[in-house]
Each structure stands twice: as C-alpha cells, then as structure tokens.
Design a protein around this ligand. Structure first.
Ligand code: ADP
Ligand code: MG
Length: 396
C-alpha cells in the first residue's frame, strides 16, 4: 500500500469520526483507471484494455441501528440521509432531489438492492464517509472509484451474493440511471477487477475479462499521464455525434454493432457510406484490431513493443474520429520527439489527458519537453504524473 493510499484511508476514517461521532467498522477502497488502448470501442460492443491506477477512493463505513443510509464526503460538508426503503422511489425519477455527488453512492446502494433482490427492510442501515485522491475530471474515472468503493463495502456488510462483475454492473447502473450519465461499463470493470502491473482485456459485448500482464516494472517503463487541463465539458455534443455516426455505420453495414465489422470489410464499407461516416467507422474497426494486437504483442514481445500501436491509435482519433485538440496533439508529439516509446490521447476526447509510455530514465526529459512545448504554444502548463497499474476494489 502506498503512503498516499493509507493517508486517504485515514482521511476517510477521520471524516467519519468527525461527522458521525463514532469510529467506523472499517474502510474499503476502489481505484480510478487509465485506458491503455481501445477508445470509443466500448459502446460499439468492442474491446478495451484499461488498468486500475494507484489513486483510490476510500470509504469508511459504520452500521446503524435504523435502516437509513447516510453519506458524507470531503468534497461536500453536508451529509445526505435517505431511508433505505425510499431509494426505490428516488431513483431514477426523483434523482434531482439528491445533490449530484451523493447520487453516486446512493445510486449504488439502490442498484445493489435491485440486483440482489434483497428487501431494504431486512438490511442494516449504514453511515459512509468518502475521501479520495483520484483527480476529478482528468479522465481517470473518479466516478468509478466512488462507485466501486461503495459497492465493495455494501456487498460485504450486507453479505450480498454478488460477484465483481455484478458489482461493476451496479456501478454502471447507478451512473446511468441515478446520476444520468450515459457511460459504458469499462471504468467500473477496471476498478473492480484491476491487478498490480496488469491490465484488464475486456470484451464489452460478452463482459468476458482477462488479466493481461503489463510488465512495465520489469521492462523499466513508466506510464505518464499528461493532463492538458482542457475541460471536455463542451464535448457532450461531439460524443453524441460520434455515437450516432457509429450507429449509422453499423446499420449501413447491416450488423448490430461495429464490433462485427473487420478490417477486411473496410474497402466495401468505403463504397457504401459518406466519407465522414466511413472515417468514423474506420477508427472503431481499426481500434478494435489494435486492442487485439496490443494484447498479443504484450504477451509475445512485452510492453516495449506496443509503442507503434499507441501512436497509430492517436493518429486514428486525430484524423479519422476527429476528437483530438491541439493540446493533446502537442502532448503526444512532444512526448514522442523526446523519446517516449508510445503516446496517445486517452478518454472521450475534446480535452482531458494523454498518456505516454516512457523508459524510467527518460521520465524527466519527456516531462520537461512536454512542458516546454506547451509553453512554446501558449497553452497553460499541463499536469504530468505517473500512474502505476494497481489492484482493484478491496477492503483496506
Ligand atoms: P471522472 O472522469 O473523474 O470520472 P465524472 O464527471 O465521471 O469525472 O465524475 C466526477 C464526479 O463524481 C464528481 O463531480 C462527483 O460528483 C463524483 N465524485 C467522485 N469522487 C467523489 C468523492 N470522493 N466524493 C464525492 N463525490 C465524488
Ligand atoms: Mg467518470
């Protein structure tokens, strides 16, 4: 356990003691995640290769004599309290009555009750206090971290008979229906299933998940996150448009999802659709293939050999899917020019972060080069830090 992690667990415990006046029964935690490759493939029923990172959200939990759930976070001084029996009436229709952040943990409690078939009146009430060191809105999924921490804590104290995939599904349901954010299941699966020095190879159609060793440590590699600080809040329209293009492309090809189109089908696809739709399709189809190629390359040749796949992924998002921005291109170009093994934008696009795979000895050089390139372009300084592939949700 890193110092940061135990500090944040201690923060959750002291918030609990402060606000609730007793000691918690224990703390649980779940990580954020980074996506190594496989962007916008999740909602096309395709493949992704995320890994859990060392930044975690911790929750301190104590049981109560009544059947009430109460949540508090270092993000927000006000506790939110709801009888367990009322969750079903609250979500999804009356979710606006709950302050947004609290919809994540309360939504998870609601989704877990539904998934387990347990009756709220049979369950013990809980107090939950959250503290986190997952950066919010940097594309590292602080949302999956708070969902995963909640799900693993509640599943244990309520003795729910649900496996990790079911807990990930409850997190996704909370995010989609209780919060109202139309996201896939990649983040929750990575946060629940993560392993040290490994990625999760996820088939977003079947939800089959394989652990794939990354071997960054043994190869002397570090993964840098370059957070451009460019907000992607204006991205909603762009994200929806890309989803619509993918659906149009799949229907023209006569398949349920672009997952069912292969690289060999692309010449035929080109003749059937307009140029923009074709390029959107080509990104998804080639990106799915790149995930498969990355998994094979990691297994056969190790992590130093995946650089070209990362670079090709970035080019595809920049030129075909058109979701990059100048700051992301600058980050990738400067990282590669200063010796990164590979680099690409990560996340939904239109801002957010890039990742760069870098030999440990070159981390400082690459960091300095990217920072200098941002300054030379007149961009605000990026935030650059390393992430370590780490274990998934667990009791601390
Ligand atoms: P991200 O890319 O970080 O997942 P999201 O917008 O999906 O960004 O989720 C961020 C939101 O999740 C926050 O605005 C907040 O509502 C909620 N959240 C995440 N972590 C916490 C926390 N520790 N305490 C309270 N709310 C949190
Ligand atoms: Mg999120």
């Amino acid at each position: 356990m890193t110092t940061t992690t135990s500090d944040t667990a201690a923060d959750a415990r002291s918030l609990f003691a402060d606000r609730f006046g007793t000691e918690p029964a224990g703390t649980w935690s779940a990580p954020g995640r980074a996506n190594l490759i496989g962007e916008h493939t999740d909602y096309n029923d395709g493949f992704v290769l995320p890994f859990a990172i060392q930044h975690r959200t911790h929750v301190a939990l104590g049981t109560r004599a009544d059947a009430v759930v109460r949540v508090v976070s270092t993000f927000d001084g006000d506790a939110v309290e709801v009888p367990l029996a009322d969750l079903d009436a609250l979500f999804p229709d009356r979710r606006d009555e709950v302050v947004e952040w609290a919809r994540y943990p309360l939504g998870v409690a609601w989704a877990l009750l539904a998934a387990s078939g347990r009756n709220a009146v049979d369950l013990t009430g809980v107090d939950l206090a959250f503290a986190s060191d997952v950066p919010v809105g940097a594309g590292l999924s602080s949302s999956a971290a708070i969902e995963g921490a909640t799900a693993s804590a509640l599943a244990e104290v309520w003795a729910l008979d649900l496996d990790r995939v079911a807990l990930a599904q409850a997190g996704r349901r909370a995010e989609n229906e209780a919060v109202g954010a139309p996201t896939g299941i990649m983040d929750q699966m990575a946060s629940m299933l993560g392993r040290a020095d490994a990625a999760i190879f996820l088939d977003c159609r079947s939800l089959d998940a394989d652990v794939v060793d990354l071997g960054f440590d043994g190869a002397g590699l570090e993964l840098l996150v370059i957070d451009t600080g460019v907000s992607h809040s204006h991205a909603t329209g762009g994200y929806g448009e890309r989803r619509a293009s993918c659906e149009l492309g799949a229907s023209i090809m006569g398949v349920p999802a672009l997952r069912d189109v292969t690289v060999d089908d692309l010449p035929r696809a080109a003749g059937l659709m307009d140029d923009v739709t074709f390029r959107r399709v080509r990104h998804i189809v080639t990106e799915n293939q790149r995930v498969l190629d990355t998994v094979r390359t990691l297994r056969e040749r190790g992590p130093a050999a995946i650089g070209d796949l990362l670079v090709a992924s970035h080019a595809s998002m920049r030129d075909d899917f058109e979701i990059s921005v100048p700051e992301l291109d600058t980050a990738v170009d400067a990282a590669l020019a200063s010796g990164a093994v590979g680099a690409r934008m990560t996340g939904g696009g239109f801002g957010g972060a890039a990742i760069a795979l870098v030999a440990r000895a070159r981390v400082e050089t690459v960091t300095a080069a990217v920072t200098a390139a941002f300054a030379a372009s007149g961009f605000s300084a990026p935030t650059i830090f390393t992430v370590t592939p780490s274990a998934g949700a667990a009791r601390d």
